[in-house]
Design a binder for this molecule. Structure first.
Ligand code: PHE
Length: 340
């Protein structure tokens, strides 16, 4: 039996040595030391031995148990260490590898025009205002000297939500909101934003587009101030000392009203295909705030004057960047957008 135990020790050491997982190791433990193990088999025969022999065998069995247990624990540690090393190896980070490039987009061309305008006007002490895109007829038309039934409403047919609410047709209703809020005090604002008109979409028209409104109200505000301001606007956008000119026009909320042209930035006024030979390009509508508008908002029409202008952002961007189709701005084609 002593020989059997020695043989068993050898077997146990050999088999445990070759084990590779904790699961297999536990199975080996059971098979060598457990209830149905070979050791138990040997021990069960002890009762047939002499007291002397039993003592000796008991001692040997105990030593066997201790040795095998030790071997198992060493192996367990070895397997666990290996697993940790493997995990470390797998999760190793090479900090010297180049990082993943995050694709950054570019500012939308319309937004970059708006930002340029905002910078320029903040620099002149203006505030940036916003107004609702779903607007009341009251602000979109009536407070702007366009009473119900006024023929000039036809110029700006829109999307009505109900009889008194519509998608704003221009940013001018922000004039009315701002003047009411200012309660008779001077005002200097610009307001960029989306506007909507029931236009058929084509290369130069869209049912939704962007404008930037400007409004200055105070004492002694003159048309010369309007011209100086718009000259600065043109210089800001076209990055050139271009001249501007006024042509008479009509808007119900300004009197006098003007269309504003800028000297063609391509030919500098000589005449080319862009300006159709005229040397000038129309960029916006403007005028002196109509006294009725001031009065409706609670201003003394004899004390206060103001000027206002409304510029189409798409139109400016198309001119500046030579874009021939307004729809390019809205279809989110990266090949187009990446160029700005
Ligand atoms: N609101 C006008 C339009 O959309 C533009 C404008 C604004 C004209 C302010 C004069 C003054 O056509």
């Amino acid at each position: 039996m002593k020989d059997q135990l020695e043989k068993l020790t050898e077997d146990a050491f050999c088999e445990i040595e070759h084990v590779e997982t904790i699961h297999d190791l536990n199975e080996k433990k059971a098979s060598f030391l457990g209830k149905k193990s070979k050791l138990q088999e040997i021990m069960s025969k002890m009762k047939d031995l002499t007291a002397e022999a039993r003592k000796e065998l008991g001692l040997l069995a105990n030593q066997f148990k201790i040795k095998v247990e030790e071997k198992i624990e060493t192996k367990r540690k070895e397997i666990e260490d290996k697993a940790v090393l493997k995990k470390l190896e797998e999760e190793k980070i090479d900090v010297t590898l180049p990082g993943k490039k995050i694709k950054t987009g570019t500012l939308h061309p319309l937004m970059s025009i708006i930002e340029e305008l905002e910078d320029a006007f903040i620099g002149m002490g203006y505030q940036i205002k916003e107004g609702p895109e779903v607007e009341e007829d009251l602000y979109n038309f009536e407070m702007l000297n366009l009473p119900k039934g006024h023929p000039a409403r036809e110029m700006q047919d829109s999307f009505y939500i109900n009889e008194t609410t519509l998608l704003r047709t221009h940013t001018s209703p922000v004039q009315a909101h701002t003047l009411l809020e200012a309660k008779g005090k001077p005002v200097k604002i610009i307001c960029p934003g989306k506007v909507y008109r029931r236009d058929a979409d084509d290369a130069t028209h869209s049912h939704q587009f962007m404008q930037c409104e400007g409004l200055v109200v105070g004492e002694n505000v003159t048309m010369a101030d309007l011209k100086g301001t718009l000259t600065h606007l043109a210089h800001t956008i076209f990055k050139d000392e271009l001249e501007i000119r006024f042509r008479p026009s009509f808007f119900p909320f300004t009197e006098p009203s003007v269309e504003v042209d800028v000297q063609c930035f391509k030919c500098k006024g000589k005449g080319c295909s862009l300006c159709k030979g005229s040397g000038w390009i129309e960029i916006l509508g403007a005028g002196m705030v109509h006294p009725n508008v001031l009065e409706m908002a609670g201003y003394d029409r004899n004390k206060y004057q103001g000027f206002a202008f409304g510029v189409g952002i798409e139109r400016i961007a198309m001119l500046k960047y030579g874009i021939d189709d307004i729809r390019q701005f809205y279809i989110n084609d990266e090949r187009f957008l990446k160029q700005f």
